[in-house]
Design a protein around this ligand. Structure first.
Ligand code: ADP
Ligand code: MG
Length: 655
C-alpha cells in the first residue's frame, strides 16, 4: 500500500497521483488529508508556499464532492487570477479519473458572462478571486447558498491584498453548516480574526514553525557599494549559469530599468510589474514558466501568486520596505522539497536589516563575496565543457562533415578543443580581465573621505544631481524618489529644485555619506546618477554655473567631480560585450543563416508559446523598449533551443 493509499484516498485519485508522479505525500498533505477525509470539520493549516497545499485540500475535496450532483458544492477563494488558474488546473488534473466533476475558474479581467455560463452548465467546484466572486454574487450570477465546502487558500495574501471585506461578505452568503478550510503561510492577526469569526472549532495543522521561512531555502547576502548593485547582479547570474530566478526590486521603475538593462546585456530577462497589461503579464509568466526567461524581474505586488517550481534563486536586488515581505519573496524558491537560495544584494548602510530578517525567518544568513572575474570564468568554462559533452549530435550535420573537416584539417585535438571553447569564451574572458572585484572593496569610502569638505551633522548640505524634468521628475516626484531611494524620512529632503537636465536638493549633513554612496552611480533607467555637493547653500540656487553638465546631461560633460570620474565613465562607455557567451556574432550568424530549409529544424519542434506572440510590449506612452527578451531571432524559425540552458547561451549578450 503506498503512502497516499494509507491516507485514505480512493482509486481514481491514486491513479491521478500516479500520473502526476507524486511518490510520497508532503507533510501538510500527510497531516491534513486524513483529517479532512474522516471528519466533517473546519481546518486551519499553516504551511509555507511550495509545500503542496493545493493537493492537501484538493484530494479530500474531490473525494467528498458528489459528482452526480451538478450543483455548486465547493468554493475555493484564492488571491490572484494567476493562482486561481493554477489551482483550477491542478484540481482538473487531480479529478481526471472522476467522471462528471467540473471545475470553473472565476477571476477578473475575463468575460463575466462566459464564466457565469460555465457555472450554469454545472460546476461543482468554483475557484475564484474574491473581487470577481463578489461581483458575481451581486449580479446574481452564481449561487453559493448550498455549498458544503469553502476553502480559503493563501488567506494571508488575500488579506494582505485588502480582500477582507469581500471575504467577509462572500462567506456571509454561504451556509453555516459548510466546512471551511483555511490555508495560509503565516498567521497574522487578520487571518486569526477571519478564522475566529467564520470557523467552528477548527482542526489545526502546522508545518514548520509559524511564520518561519522554509527550511529548504538558504539565505545569503552580498555587501556591495550602491553603485555596484547592478554589476553584482550580473556577476551572480554569470556565476550561476543555470540560474532560474525571480529578481525583486522595490519600485516599478527599478523593475523595468533592471530588466531592460539585463536584456540589453544579453540575459534572458523580463519585467513583471503593475504597469503591464494583463495580457503582457500573462505573456511574461508563460515565458517564465516555459523557461524562456531565466531572470524575472518583478515587484512584490506583481510577483504575488507566482508559483513556479524549480526556481533556483530569489534575488533581493533591493530589500523590501516591509521586512516581513522578505519571507514571501524567499518562499518563491525551495518549493516542493527542492533546495533554493535567497540572495540579498545589500549596501553597508542597510546591513542592520539582515539581523532583523534573521529574527523573523529564524534562520541565519551567510555572508558571501561576489565571485571574482577569474572565478566566474572558471565556472563558465566548465559549464561550457559540460555542455559540449552533453550536447546531442543531430546527424543531419554528418552531411556537412567533409566540408568542415576540410576547413579544420591539420588541427590537433587539443588545438581544436581550445579553439572551440574560445569561440564562445574569448569575449567573456576579455570582459572580466578588465574588471575589478566588487566585494570587499572599501575604495569608495576612503576615496571620498579624502575629498576636501567639512560637513557636520546639523548643517544643511546642498547637492547637485544630474537628473531633472527631462527624466520625468517634477519636484515632488524627485523628492519622493530621493526619500525612497535613500530610505529617508518625510522632511529629510528639502529645497528640491528641478531643472531640465539637473536638479538641486538639500539634506542635513548627517545624511551626506548616504546620499553620496547610494546615489552616485545609481542606475536610473540605464542612466547613471551623478551627485555632487554644491558649493551653493541653496538660498541662491541659480548662481552656480552648471553649463558643463546641464547641457550635455550625461554622456559628455562628466569630467568634473573628482572622485567618481573615471571609474564610472570608463565602465560605461568601454564596457565590453559582457556576457560574451553566445556573443553577438551568434545572433547575426543565426539570423542570416538559412532557416528551416536546412532541414534540421523539422524534428525540433519550436518551443511552446513562441516568443513573438508572448513578448509583451509596453503600453503606449511609456518607453519604447520591450520589456521582454527580444527573441527576434524567433523561436519558431530557427532550430529551437529546448533546454533553458540553451536559451541562455545562445542569447546574444552585450553590455
Ligand atoms: P503551495 O500551495 O503549498 O504553495 P503547491 O500546492 O502549489 O504548494 O505545490 C507546489 C508544487 O509541489 C507543485 O508543483 C505540486 O505539483 C508539487 N507537489 C505537491 N505535492 C507533491 C507531492 N506529494 N510530491 C511531489 N510534488 C508535489
Ligand atoms: Mg498554494
Amino acid at each position: 500500500m503506498n503512502k497516499f493509499e494509507q491516507l485514505g484516498l480512493n482509486e481514481s485519485l491514486l491513479l491521478a497521483i500516479k500520473d502526476l508522479g507524486f511518490e510520497n505525500p508532503s507533510e501538510v498533505q500527510e497531516k491534513a488529508i486524513p483529517v479532512l477525509l474522516e471528519k466533517n470539520t473546519d481546518l486551519v493549516a499553516l504551511a509555507q508556499t511550495g509545500t503542496g497545499k493545493t493537493a492537501a485540500f484538493g484530494f479530500p475535496l474531490i473525494q467528498k464532492i458528489d459528482a452526480e450532483d451538478r450543483s455548486t458544492q465547493a468554493l475555493i477563494l484564492s488571491p490572484t487570477r494567476e493562482l486561481c488558474l493554477q489551482i483550477t488546473n491542478e484540481i482538473k488534473q487531480y479529478s481526471k479519473y472522476v467522471k462528471g466533476i467540473n471545475t470553473v475558474a472565476v477571476y477578473g479581467g475575463a468575460s463575466i458572462t462566459e464564466q457565469a455560463r460555465d457555472i450554469k452548465r454545472g460546476a461543482q467546484i468554483i475557484v475564484a478571486t474574491p473581487g470577481r466572486m463578489q461581483d458575481m454574487i451581486n449580479r446574481g450570477l452564481v449561487n453559493i447558498k448550498n455549498i458544503n465546502f469553502c476553502i480559503l487558500d493563501e488567506a494571508d495574501e488575500m488579506l494582505n491584498m485588502g480582500f477582507y471585506e469581500d471575504i467577509v461578505s462572500i462567506l456571509s452568503d454561504t451556509p453555516d453548516e459548510k466546512n471551511t478550510w483555511l490555508f495560509s503561510a503565516t498567521m497574522p492577526a487578520e487571518v486569526a480574526r477571519i478564522a475566529k469569526k467564520f470557523m467552528h472549532d477548527p482542526a489545526e495543522v502546522t508545518v514548520g514553525s509559524k511564520n518561519s521561512g522554509s527550511a529548504t531555502v538558504s539565505h545569503e547576502f552580498y555587501c556591495v557599494n550602491a553603485r555596484d548593485r547592478y554589476e553584482a547582479l550580473k556577476r551572480l547570474a554569470d556565476a550561476n549559469p543555470d540560474i532560474f530566478s525571480v529578481v525583486f526590486c522595490r519600485t516599478k521603475r527599478d523593475t523595468q530599468a533592471v530588466a531592460e538593462k539585463l536584456i540589453e546585456d544579453g540575459y534572458s530577462a523580463a519585467a513583471l510589474h503593475g504597469d503591464l497589461s494583463q495580457a503582457q503579464r500573462d505573456g511574461v509568466m508563460k515565458s517564465f514558466r516555459g523557461r524562456q526567461i531565466q531572470m524575472l524581474v518583478a515587484t512584490d505586488v506583481a510577483a504575488r501568486g507566482i508559483d513556479v517550481d524549480n526556481i533556483t534563486h530569489v534575488v533581493n536586488y533591493q530589500l523590501p520596505d516591509e521586512i516581513e515581505t522578505y519571507n514571501h519573496r524567499s518562499g518563491r524558491t525551495g518549493r516542493a522539497g527542492k533546495l533554493g537560495t535567497s540572495i540579498v544584494i545589500i549596501t553597508k548602510s542597510e546591513l542592520r536589516k539582515i539581523s532583523s530578517i534573521e529574527r523573523i525567518i529564524q534562520q541565519k544568513f551567510e555572508e558571501k563575496t561576489i565571485p571574482s572575474g577569474i572565478e566566474i570564468c572558471e565556472i563558465q568554462l566548465l559549464h561550457l565543457a559540460n555542455k559540449i559533452k552533453d550536447t546531442e549530435v543531430d546527424h543531419e550535420i554528418d552531411n556537412y562533415l567533409p566540408a568542415i573537416n576540410e576547413v579544420l584539417d591539420g588541427l590537433t585535438k587539443e588545438e581544436l578543443i581550445k579553439k572551440m571553447v574560445s569561440v564562445e569564451f574569448n569575449r567573456f574572458i576579455n570582459y572580466y580581465k578588465k574588471k575589478r572585484d566588487l566585494s570587499g572593496e572599501k575604495g569608495e569610502r576612503s576615496e571620498r573621505s579624502s575629498e576636501p569638505r567639512e560637513i557636520r551633522a546639523g548643517d544643511p548640505v546642498r547637492y547637485f544631481v544630474n537628473i531633472g524634468s527631462r527624466d520625468d521628475f517634477d519636484w515632488m516626484q524627485l523628492k519622493d524618489f530621493l526619500k525612497e531611494t535613500l530610505d529617508l524620512g518625510r522632511d529629510d529632503v528639502f529645497k528640491v529644485d528641478v531643472k531640465e537636465g539637473f536638479s538641486f536638493f538639500n539634506t542635513d549633513g548627517e545624511h551626506t555619506d548616504k546620499v553620496m554612496s547610494v546615489l552616485n552611480g545609481f542606475d536610473l533607467n540605464g542612466r547613471r546618477i551623478n551627485v555632487e555637493i554644491s558649493k551653493n547653500d541653496g538660498g541662491s540656487r541659480e548662481r552656480r554655473d552648471h553649463n558643463g553638465r546641464s547641457g550635455g546631461g550625461f554622456g559628455g560633460g562628466r569630467s568634473g567631480g573628482g572622485f567618481r570620474g573615471d571609474r564610472n565613465s570608463g565602465d560605461r562607455s568601454s564596457a565590453p560585450r559582457s556576457g560574451s557567451f553566445g556573443p553577438r556574432t551568434d545572433r547575426n550568424e543565426r539570423s542570416s543563416a538559412p532557416r528551416r530549409e536546412g532541414g534540421f529544424s523539422s524534428d525540433r519542434p519550436a518551443r511552446e508559446g513562441g516568443f513573438k506572440s508572448a513578448a509583451p510590449r509596453r503600453e503606449p506612452g511609456s518607453s519604447q523598449r520591450e520589456s521582454a527578451p527580444r527573441r527576434s531571432e524567433g523561436s519558431s524559425d530557427r532550430p529551437a533551443s529546448r533546454s533553458f540552458d540553451d536559451a541562455k547561451t545562445r542569447r546574444p549578450r552585450r553590455s
